[in-house]
Design a protein around this ligand. Structure first.
Ligand code: MRU
Length: 353
């Protein structure tokens, strides 16, 4: 484990393959410490996903892929059949960590396809590592392209609201929603950001505010309860958020509270955009079949070690919610922006790619 001075890091890379280990930022320590952890066991990656050391849909997709690469190295198998069996066991453990973001099963699937396609154990080990590294690098390229595509929707002097963290910390680097904001600034436009706190895990205050401040953005933090106030008082021009899963009808699953932000945006006539790569689309499931992760009550009954609710209180703590397509102005992808009606435009997007 290595402790680093936040000031000396010019940009954030969340996950990296280094010397046959996976190096990642421990996001549970932010914003107070920028700490990197290194893992050489896929079970540690599964724990890291479960405990939010790494989080955000694209980041857990790539983490799953790296987890399988570690599993290939850990396996003592000397036949293809045994190595595949060890990889399938690791895939199951990694898959069961979090249910909502489809990027995780996508990342695992990509690696398993490569593993099945090779003939020998040496080829499998080499190819899965290469593929996981390629996926990590590709994630950054996709985010940059998505950013450029989305930047055209934003104007000079816009104030953009975002919810949760869909930034460098939710991806390998650069971010999806925050990638769009980055690209807008890089295109020469002046933008300000309003970040919601995003209770209960506070990805907005702990991660988005940290990441944007780290990169020199003009960012203001608001409590989640001030979304309506900010919009009603003309403080917000546009909204952009990320996604954990988008189904073929255009229903978007994202961090709990996204639905409230989208509803408020509609109420105030403020454009509400979603930025997500094609790997976040689930063309097989229906909205009603998507599992919303329910997290432990202690995230709600306290802040850090401080108790903020009575003992034994019943808690409902869904980690995600669903925003229906009628609240969404456009979905920004690396292949362009899709507009309503989404069922048709998403179908065309996938037919063309
Ligand atoms: O519980 P988290 O922190 O993994 O939730 C993350 C989000 O909801 C993000 O908005 C989403 O994954 C998009 S990240 C580019």
């Amino acid at each position: 484990m290595e402790n680093s001075d936040i000031q000396i890091h010019p940009s954030l890379r969340t996950i990296e393959w280094k010397d046959n280990k996976v190096k990642m930022i421990d996001q549970t320590k932010l914003p107070n410490e920028l700490v990197f952890v290194e893992y050489d066991d896929y079970n540690q990656i599964a724990d890291a996903i479960r405990t939010l050391v790494v989080r955000g849909a694209p980041a857990i997709g790539v983490s799953g892929a790296f987890g399988l690469a570690l599993a290939a190295l850990q396996s003592k198998a000397i036949t293809k059949e045994n190595l595949i069996s060890d990889l399938e066991k690791a895939r199951k453990i990694l898959f069961e960590t979090r249910p909502t973001a489809v990027n995780l099963s996508w990342g695992l699937e990509q690696i398993m396809k490569i593993a099945y396609s090779e003939s020998t154990v040496d080829q499998i080990r080499e190819s899965v590592i290469k593929e996981a590294k390629r996926m990590a690098d590709e994630d950054i390229e996709i985010n940059k392209t998505m950013g450029k595509n989305g930047s055209k929707l934003f104007d000079n002097n816009d104030t953009i609201m975002t919810h949760c963290n869909a930034g460098a910390l939710a991806t390998v680097a650069y971010g999806t929603a925050l990638g769009v904001i980055r690209a807008t600034k890089e295109s020469g436009k002046n933008v300000k950001v309003i970040a919601t706190e995003t209770r209960p895990v506070q990805q907005g205050s702990r991660l988005t505010a940290f990441e944007l401040k780290h990169d020199g953005f003009d960012v203001s933090l608001i409590p989640d309860t001030a979304v309506g106030y900010s919009m009603a008082n003309g403080l917000v021009d546009k909204v952009v958020v990320g996604a954990d899963r988008i189904v073929k009808t255009g229903h978007v699953f994202n961090k709990i509270g996204t639905y409230q932000v989208a509803t408020m945006a509609k109420q105030h006539g403020i454009p509400f955009y979603v930025a997500a790569p094609l790997s976040t689309f689930d063309m097989k499931s229906n909205a009603k079949d998507v599992i919303i992760e329910m997290r432990k009550g202690s995230e709600v009954t306290g802040i850090g070690d401080k108790k903020t609710a009575p003992d034994d209180i019943n808690v409902i703590n869904p980690a995600f919610d669903m925003t229906p397509p009628e609240l969404i102005s456009g979905i920004i992808t690396e292949k362009g922006v899709v507009n309503p009606p989404f069922e048709e435009s998403i179908r065309k997007l996938f037919e063309a790619n």
